[in-house]
Structures are given as structure tokens and as C-alpha cells.
Design a protein around this ligand. Structure first.
Ligand SMILES: [Zn+2]
Length: 150
């Protein structure tokens, strides 16, 4: 358990302030965007993906995050290039990626969402207020769920 101190908070705030916007976004709930995780669409499927055939017939796959461009994800396929359900991913980070020292504790994705939203001028609240304006419901009403499960 990390002790929360004013000094640690200040160090952490300074590190977060120094992060590029792209890093803050990728540390948020959406996470990184790797080409092979995305929905299958036609066109530009090769963007952000390199593959190198290995001597055993497996392929070394190197994907670069399509959002931040600061993280590579390395993996190996089954022989012939098929996806391995037991795949092990290894990540390599650009020097621009700011690490958060372990002693400062773990910063959650929701915290980065707040930081990203503040940097962008508060679109979250603006979208909620606009949605409330165009949603045709009486104040205080709790609509019936459209989906029944969960
Ligand atoms: Zn990213």
C-alpha cells in the first residue's frame, strides 16, 4: 500500500501534467488501439502492423498503437500466422511515454478520463447536457430500460 502524501501527490501531478494528450487518452478507459484488436473493416488493415516470419513458421507481430503511436505490442502467432489464444503480449514504450514510478501508486483509468476531459475543455459534461436537452423526458423521470438483461 502506497502512503498518500502531499509530496507524492505533487510528484504525480507533475508527471501527469508532462504527459502528451495522446498518452493521457490511451491511459484512459478506451486504452490503446492496436490494429489487430479492431473490428474487421476493409482498407488500411495493415496500418500499424508489421509481421516477420520466423524460422519455425510462426510470425512475430509488432503493432504500434494507432492512437498514441508511443507503444509497440509484440506477439507471436501460431505456425502459419494464425492467432494463438494463449498469446503473450510484450509492450515497448517510446521515450516520450512518461512512466509513473511504482512508489506513487497506481493511477486508475477513470482518473485519466478526468484529466483528458479537462484538457479537452470538458466535452463529457457538454455532451451530457446536450443529450439531456434533446432527450424528450420529463425532469426526474427514470425511463424503462430498453434491454432486459443485466
Ligand atoms: Zn496508445
Amino acid at each position: 500500500m502506497t502512503a498518500v502524501t502531499a509530496d507524492n501527490d505533487a510528484r504525480l501531478a507533475s508527471i501527469i501534467d508532462s504527459m502528451d494528450d495522446e498518452e493521457v487518452e490511451c491511459r484512459g478507459p478506451a486504452g490503446h488501439s492496436f490494429a489487430l484488436d479492431r473490428r474487421r473493416r476493409k482498407g488500411s488493415r495493415l496500418k500499424g502492423v508489421e509481421a516477420v516470419r520466423q524460422v519455425d513458421g510462426c510470425y512475430l507481430v509488432i503493432e504500434t498503437c494507432l492512437e498514441c503511436g508511443m507503444v509497440e505490442r509484440w506477439s507471436v502467432t501460431l505456425p502459419g500466422g494464425a492467432y494463438d489464444v494463449d498469446v503473450i503480449y510484450r509492450y515497448r514504450y517510446s521515450r516520450r511515454w512518461k512512466k509513473v514510478p511504482q512508489e506513487l501508486g497506481r493511477v486508475g483509468k477513470r482518473t485519466f478520463r478526468v484529466v483528458a476531459d479537462a484538457r479537452a475543455g470538458g466535452p463529457y459534461r457538454a455532451i451530457v447536457l446536450e443529450a439531456a436537452r434533446v432527450t424528450d423526458r420529463a425532469p426526474g423521470e427514470v425511463p424503462q430500460a430498453r434491454f432486459r438483461h443485466g
